[in-house]
Design a protein around this ligand. Structure first.
Ligand code: HEC
Length: 116
């Protein structure tokens, strides 16, 4: 099940970032790379409000997460694992607990909550 999800995500990612498949730009390492691969197609790039030309930007920009009340590293990590666990009315964002490792999730949460 988790495997099939991962494949689906990879395929979707390829369609969205045509350049990303088959010899495009190298994927960044660490949380930036995880973000580029799994989050940027919906969320504007952190640090780029509105995210010019990145995916369909269905999600809110995440650049001001550190300034929002209640957005601790733990909250963001829980949100990435399963959005509904911390916000029952979340509808569109998939749970990533089967797609990403705990380490990737924690790195992302730290990265998102410490960026200016
Ligand atoms: C399919 C599109 C989609 C993908 C992929 C996606 N998100 Fe989201 N995200 C959303 C949407 C839409 C919301 C707003 C709430 C909702 O409807 O789920 C959201 C909300 C959030 C929030 C809450 C922001 C806040 O302060 O309220 C965080 C944090 C977040 N996403 C992080 C991530 C991270 C990190 C990833 C990559 C691992 C990711 N998202 C991947 C669509 C997406």
């Amino acid at each position: 099940m988790a495997g099939r999800c991962a494949v689906a995500f990879a395929l979707v990612g390829c369609v969205w970032s045509l350049a990303g498949c088959g010899g495009g730009k190298p994927v960044a390492a660490g949380p930036q790379g995880t973000y580029d691969q799994h989050c940027a197609r919906c969320h504007a790039q952190a640090g780029q409000p509105g995210g010019p030309g990145i995916g369909n930007a269905k999600g809110p920009p995440l650049s001001d997460v550190p300034n929002r009340p209640g957005r601790s590293k733990e909250w963001v990590a829980a949100y990435i694992r399963d959005p509904k666990s911390v916000r029952p009315d979340a509808k569109m964002m998939p749970a990533f607990k089967d797609t990403l490792t705990e380490q990737q999730i924690n790195e992302l949460a730290e990265w998102l909550t410490t960026k200016k």
